[in-house]
Write a protein that binds this ligand. Sequence first.
Ligand code: SAH
Ligand code: DHB
Ligand code: MG
Length: 221
Amino acid sequence: MEDKIFMQVDEYISNLLAPVDDVLGHAERATHAAGMPMISISPVQGKFLQVLAKMCNAKNVLELGTLGGYSTIWLARAIPDDGEVVTIEADSGYAEVARRNFEFAELHNKIDIRIGKALDVLPQLEKERIGPFDLIFIDADKPPYVEYFQWAIKLARPGSIIIADNVIREGAVLDENSTDEKVHGVRRLNQWLSGNKEVTATILQNVGIKEYDGMVVAVVN
Ligand code: SAH
Ligand code: DHB
Ligand code: MG
């Protein structure tokens, strides 16, 4: 089965290049124990975000969608000690789990969790003149993905990297008649990007231990 080889190879890569330590394991277990959805990125994807962060010398990172903070921990570990990850989470209960995970990770001084809907918090960040962000990871709810991407560009600089998770949805993006609002949201982003001149973008398909999906990888022109 294809799925099986993708999983085995993902574990092979993870064992070699993206090992999961106590801190990451703890974050995943705490997320599960709190009854939260197990939809955080995989270790290999976390390492991919770290490589991108290093490529653009990222110091200031923005994340939309914290959940238990698993991806946040990968990102925070890729930036210098005087850098910061601002991460936005709509669910205050989830944010509390994430906050505890950041303390356990001893990364709480590098992470600023903002509780609220991203479309409310983003204008606030603009008002506070936080940024520009060197890397932005979009991973919150899918329907407003175009609006999130527009905000990401607004809060970025030329050369900033913007990533958007879950834009392939097991291939469901091919179905133009899909009634799934998540599929609709990511299809809208992918289509919007095809005519956009502000970024240079592509989509990487992702196979591995998580569901077959994909990420937009873009750089601001
Ligand atoms: N980035 C995480 C996974 C995020 S899952 C990781 O890889 O570890 C998506 C998260 O987005 C959930 O925690 C959900 O509560 C949050 N979310 C949903 N709608 C949101 C909104 N409007 N604004 C901010 N966060 C939102
Ligand atoms: C979903 C959201 C995610 O961010 C993800 O990585 C996988 C699934 C979801 O809402 O279905
Ligand atoms: Mg995701």
